[in-house]
Design a binder for this molecule. Structure first.
Ligand code: SIN
Length: 301
């Protein structure tokens, strides 16, 4: 998608029209998606009106970057709870010691030394918890410790990608359903294999490949590394379709890359985005720690 002056001017005009209604300021980060949010302290209780404004801004920008936050795990959990039910992680290694719903995302080994690690699923394109019957609405990720450079997070816009498909292709894809599997996702990302307990907690589920975003009414592609194959198709044929669509949908023109700053908390909409961490730092030398909370969403339709 070409970024033109006209696009930016239009985006600017739209922003000015909406922002008066929000109790914070939102400054777009790119014409595609993303806005920096100023004037919202996630460590303080928020009103229902502010919660609704955050959800409205999320529908609009898909990624919100709250700068200069100072959050304990308990405060992050409290803020997240304003938006719905918090998810526990299937992987018990990700359940925080103090607040189990806060998942530490890090590159530490069993001796707390920086390493490539055995939980590297976050480095593959995915949408959070699509292997659950009710996948995530939003994820909130707070920077605790960052490497000196890099350690970015990328977001790919599945609404923009779907919109670029030819009409005939959209018709072909419309009836398809994809299976999503925690077990298969672990294999695909090269992470340690799923345990029996995890397989019991998260058996495979299927969801529509093309879902309608409940907040905007727009159609999006719903796939990612947790998706394994197409319901009713030979597995290999389905894998090939997922690969092809995902390669198309994660081209540069659909991507916003977030470069973290200390104090950032990023909120993203899992219903219309894929995301992944970028291994653009020395993982066996520098520490990258972020605290993640996840809000349960609706049944994809
Ligand atoms: C995630 O996949 O939820 C975390 C992404 C990141 O580590 O940047």
């Amino acid at each position: 998608m070409a970024i033109t002056d006209a696009t930016e001017t239009q985006a600017g005009a739209d922003v000015a029209a909406v922002q008066g209604a929000w109790p914070f300021e939102a400054k777009p980060l790119s014409p595609l998606m993303g806005a920096e949010v100023f004037g919202l302290d996630a460590a303080q209780p928020i009103s229902d009106a502010t919660r609704d404004a955050v959800l409205d801004a999320l529908n609009r920008y898909k990624v919100l970057v709250l700068r200069d936050q100072d959050l304990t795990p308990a405060a992050q959990a409290d803020f997240t709870r304003c938006f719905g039910e918090l998810e526990q992680h299937v992987n018990r290694e990700f359940r925080g010691a103090g607040v189990p719903e806060v998942h530490p995302v890090n590159n530490l080994d069993e001796n707390d030394k920086p390493a490539r690690g055995r939980n590297i699923g976050n480095y593959s394109w995915h949408t959070d918890k699509s292997y659950m019957p009710l996948p995530s609405l939003a994820t909130l990720l707070y920077a605790v410790q960052l490497p000196p450079d890099g350690g970015d997070t990328e977001f790919a816009d599945m609404e923009a990608a779907y919109a670029e498909l030819p009409e005939a292709r959209k018709q072909d894809l419309q009836p398809l359903r994809l299976w999503h599997s925690w077990e298969r996702s672990r294999e695909k990302s090269g992470s340690r294999h799923a345990t029996d307990q995890e397989k019991q907690d998260a058996p495979p589920v299927n969801h529509p490949l093309v879902r309608t975003h409940p907040g905007t009414g727009r159609k999006v592609l719903y796939l990612g590394n947790h998706s394994s194959h197409v319901d009713g198709w030979p597995v290999e044929r389905g894998e090939a379709l997922i690969d092809e669509l995902q390669t198309f949908a994660t081209q540069d023109q659909f991507i916003y890359r977030h470069t973290w700053k200390p104090g950032d908390m990023v909120i993203w909409d899992n219903r219309c985005l894929l995301h992944r961490a970028v291994a653009n730092f020395e993982m066996d030398k520098h520490v990258r720690i972020l605290n993640r909370t996840v809000v349960r969403g609706d049944l994809p339709v």
